[in-house]
Design a protein around this ligand. Structure first.
Ligand code: GDP
Ligand code: MG
Length: 438
């Protein structure tokens, strides 16, 4: 599998004392073979490795990290970047909003339409499932059954052979029944062909969907890129949903799609059940591709070492009295990236004991409030807190929806924290531990 091949390549990288063009070329060749074996498009694999190599050779050597680990970190970061870095949300603008689900036969359009309807319903939307597959009567039955299971209305005018008539009917139905998101389950083919494209284009031009989502079977490998390119050229898709990731699907489709088509993967299907749909998270996908256990902990170790450098810089700032609210806000945001508060608390000075006594939900609220207050300040105020006079504090309180007293409390806490950190001299250790979880 891709994962075990990458692990082999990484084992070589890990052992390296020093990075040279020669020994890195060996290791990267293995990574390349692994990517190609997973049906990653060859151009994508080539560009990917070029970037990794350029970064690795151009990078300053961090004292505390083995060069090989540093390369693994680079590969991970590049993988995340290739996969799109952030989760891309749905555009649900328009009243009603429309989503066109397109894709080959069997890719999972109908099932995923149901899953998406369920998700949107949970988010407080009023979805309407629209059966726009006029070729197979069974397709309308399938969608209607899903809708009934979910308690979500389905527009399935049996016998209607004109997709545009279905679309008009569905829009009317949505208006009269207060449905604000239409999910069009369209017909598929075994291969994309001109009549299908024409039909989808006409449907698109009538409905003006904000989202045209390509439903892509993760197991289709190299072919996925061709399918995606075809659909994109014909319809200008807005993104993809990668299905059947619960199977033995390799990472190739996910890796290539974003790079070749330039559109985000928005969700992934992870099973046949109706709640097996998850927002697509590039970091998770990168971790999955790299393998969960050994490799990720290595990557984390590398990350820890890298952020030791940050910790040193921060410690220096602190020592010189230059640690500002700006840094504080950054720390707060980093902390939130670490996950649940319970984990974070364990990292804070005295956090272990505090954890026994505190109300976690209350603390979460407190953290959010602190962040809101800090965000209501100007960068200058965060850098030079001493300029925070009464009128500025009043403005910040109003801007963040808290009382002036709460602003004062935060400033007091900040001062205490600075004092405490100076005294305890534990800051570097704290930062290193925090970095290890990022
Ligand atoms: P369509 O022809 O594109 O509408 O595809 P369907 O929605 O009918 O799905 C085809 C098959 O794939 C069905 O048996 C689904 O249960 C299955 N399927 C769809 N999504 C997933 C998924 O994420 N995981 C798994 N394991 N099966 C899926
Ligand atoms: Mg279908």
């Amino acid at each position: 599998s891709l994962t075990s091949k990458l692990q082999n390549a990484f084992r070589h990288l890990r052992g390296m004392g020093k990075l040279t063009e020669a020994n890195m070329a060996d290791a990267l060749r293995e990574v390349r073979i692994a990517l190609l074996d997973a049906d990653v498009h060859y151009k994508v694999a080539r560009d990917f490795l070029d970037r990794v190599k350029a970064k690795a050779l151009g990078q300053e050597v961090i004292q505390s990290v083995q060069p090989g680990q540093q390369v693994i970190k680079i590969i991970y970061d590049e993988l995340v970047a290739l996969l799109g870095t952030i989760h891309a949300d749905l555009d649900l603008g328009g009243n009603p909003a429309s989503i066109l689900m397109v894709g080959l036969h069997g890719s999972g359009k109908t099932t995923t339409s149901g899953k998406l309807a369920r998700l949107l319903h949970k988010q407080g939307r009023q979805p309407l499932l629209v059966a726009a597959d006029v070729y197979r009567p069974a397709a309308m039955d399938q969608l209607e059954t899903l809708g009934r299971q979910l308690g979500i209305p389905t527009y399935a005018p049996r016998g209607e052979k004109d997709v545009l008539a279905i679309a008009r009917g569905a829009l009317d139905f949505a208006r009269s029944h207060n449905r604000n998101v239409l999910i069009f389950d369209t017909a598929g083919r075994l291969q994309i062909d001109e009549p299908l494209v024409q039909e989808l284009v006409r449907l698109r031009d009538l409905v003006h969907p904000r989202e045209i989502l390509l439903v892509l079977d993760a197991a289709t490998g190299q072919e996925a890129v061709n399918v995606a390119t075809h659909f994109d050229q014909a319809l200008h898709i807005t993104g993809a949903i990668l299905t059947k990731l619960d199977g033995d699907a390799r990472g190739g489709a996910a890796l290539s799609f974003r790079a070749v088509v330039g559109k985000p993967i928005k969700f992934v299907g992870t099973g046949e059940k109706l709640d097996d749909l998850e927002p697509f998270h590039p970091e998770r996908m990168a971790s999955r591709i790299l393998g969960m256990g050994d490799i990720v902990s290595l990557v984390e170790k590398a990350a820890e070492a890298v952020s030791l450098e940050d910790a040193r810089r921060l410690e220096e700032k602190l020592r010189k009295g230059q640690f500002t609210l700006e840094d504080f806000l950054q720390q707060l945001r980093q902390m939130r990236k670490l996950g649940p508060l319970e984990n974070i608390m364990k990292l804070l000075p005295g956090g272990d004991e505090a954890l026994q006594q505190i109300d976690l939900a209350q603390q979460e609220k407190e953290l959010r409030r602190m962040e809101a207050i800090l965000c209501a300040m100007t960068p200058q105020e965060r850098r030079q807190p001493h300029i925070l006079n009464a009128s500025r504090r009043f403005r910040i309180a109003r801007g963040s929806g808290v009382t002036v007293r709460e602003v004062n409390d935060l400033l007091k806490k900040f001062n205490q924290m600075q004092e405490m950190m100076k005294k305890m001299g534990r800051f570097q250790k704290l930062m290193a531990r925090m970095g290890g979880r990022m």
